[in-house]
Design a protein around this ligand. Sequence first.
Ligand SMILES: N=C(N)NCCCC[C@H](N)C(=O)O
Ligand SMILES: O=C(O)CCC(=O)C(=O)O
Ligand SMILES: [Fe+2]
Length: 339
Amino acid sequence: MAAEDAIPTIDISPFVDGSSQDDAHQRVVTEIDNACREVGFFYIKGHGVDEGLLEEVHAGAKAFFQLPLHDKMRIEMADNKYMGRGYQAVGENVTKGRRDLHEALDVWREINDVAALRIPTQHLRTDVVQKMDAFVRGKNQWPDASFEALYTQYIAQMLKLGDVLVRIMALALGLAEDALSSLTDKSFFCLRVIGYPPPEDGASCCVREGGDSMQNGVGCGEHTDYGFVTLLNQDDTQSALQAQTLHGEWVDVTPRKGTLVVNLGDMLSVWTGGKWRATPHRVVNRGGQYRTSVVVFYEPNFDAYITSADGAAGGKSEKGVVYGEHVCQKIATNFSFIS
Ligand SMILES: N=C(N)NCCCC[C@H](N)C(=O)O
Ligand SMILES: O=C(O)CCC(=O)C(=O)O
Ligand SMILES: [Fe+2]
């Protein structure tokens, strides 16, 4: 099925320019509600982010990934001190026990007042607690100052947009516009800059033993995202990202110039009592070129307690989860090579 049949495009400009009429707002709220209930994936336009900036971050990503491996490894993530932050070489990220055919650079919110955080540790294994502690206290690793300046600006724009989206979503659930605000005012966001070699370059890109397990050519295995809303900026590579519909069918999320792709994460599913779902998706780069995507995950605060009691108009109640705990458990699995 073509994406245009399955994945809607929503013009959110009434909430961005702030000058529109009530009926324009209501149209957006209804469209978001339908998209969240029926697909969990949609494109947005009228988001107010400069198209030049959307393209500049791809140019920055391609330039970085083209550097010699040795240069990229200077800011390597797989070091205890830098748990979760920095560069991850091709084959280092693991999804469902298999190495993914991509490389990435991860930046997370830096938490300066760690002492004030209530870090939940009671349900976690000791080794995970240690990693989580290093991760939460960690500082980001940037390739250089101009890269940092560009992506810092980009993150700021995406956080604003994330806030607009969770306001529309609260309205779509029949709640006050700011119903999610206390859970996201210190969003433990993640910027993930990703590069996908074409599968024919496959395992030869992998710097570690076991790279041949990537022979199936999957750029990123099937998964759901961890938090609230994912803001995904794709390059023009055709046939790569795929989302799973409610009927279990995989559809291409074809790049549409000037749009961003939005999808829902695990915490929105919990918060809505399952009324909305975190949509499974995967990447298989069939586009015949090196693909980049620049993703900002707009997530709950690290210590936010997410429970359906808060948010689900009509959703069923279930036990809550602290976002920091969920994300750390997820990250821990991204490094364990099982099969
Ligand atoms: N939401 C984030 N950060 N996504 C990036 C990783 C993709 C899947 C991950 N290896 C997993 O198994 O969950
Ligand atoms: O590269 C993409 O289009 C999707 C990446 C993704 O799903 C993720 O990093 O969570
Ligand atoms: Fe994802």
